[in-house]
Design a protein. Structure first.
Length: 195
């Protein structure tokens, strides 16, 4: 009996089905999720390198150590207006927005931060050129926590709305955020416009 005759016979359709079944029984277990198809190696596992140091702030150290500013750059006059009797709480927020604008003009982006103290650290000299847009000796910066404070001693609420927009908020005289006596200012760069 020849293969041609067998394939034309009523049983000839069984051969392709049998070959398909054999192939499927070999392929499906190897391609199913969770199957370990990695080649077996007799080499020892690679040596693990130590984990990089954490870039986050620990609770016991809310601000990074002060970075000495570059003496070649003059002190920012904006910082000296913070909490001045000659200015208002709104002026304080606008002065901070001015420091953020200067930072963005110099480095092309706002500082990366998650907390108030991290933002202060970037503005105080922890930046590529060690520029102190916000010296730490101003009354608006808490020496204990490294945070920007409003005139009533409450840490400012600094919220990133987008990559180029921040909301600065003072809790006001009642020291409670999001109440009627809050002061707020939004610093932002409109889409498509230069800073």
């Amino acid at each position: 009996m020849s293969w041609r005759y067998f394939l034309r016979s009523p049983f000839g359709f069984l051969l392709p089905l049998a070959l398909t079944g054999l192939a499927a029984s070999w392929i499906i277990p190897r391609c199913s999720p969770g199957a370990d198809n990695s080649p077996r190696s007799t080499l020892p596992p690679p040596a693990t390198s130590p984990a990089p140091p954490s870039l986050t702030f620990s609770p016991s150290r809310p601000a990074l150590a002060a970075v000495a500013p570059d003496p070649a750059h003059p002190r920012s006059p904006l910082a000296d207006t913070l909490h001045s009797p000659a200015t208002t709480p709104e002026d304080d927020l606008r002065a901070i927005a001015g420091m953020l604008r200067l930072y963005r003009e110099r480095f092309g982006a706002l500082p990366a931060f998650e907390t108030n103290a991290q933002l202060v650290n970037a503005l105080a000299g922890a930046n590529p050129q060690r520029l102190a847009f916000l010296p730490r000796d101003v009354p608006a910066v808490s020496p204990a926590t490294g945070e920007l404070l409003d005139r009533w001693g409450t840490p400012l609420h600094i919220h990133a709305i987008s990559r180029d927009t921040l909301e600065l908020r003072s809790a006001g005289p009642d020291r409670s955020l999001f109440t009627g006596d809050d002061f707020s200012h939004t610093y932002g760069v409109p889409e498509g416009l230069p800073p």
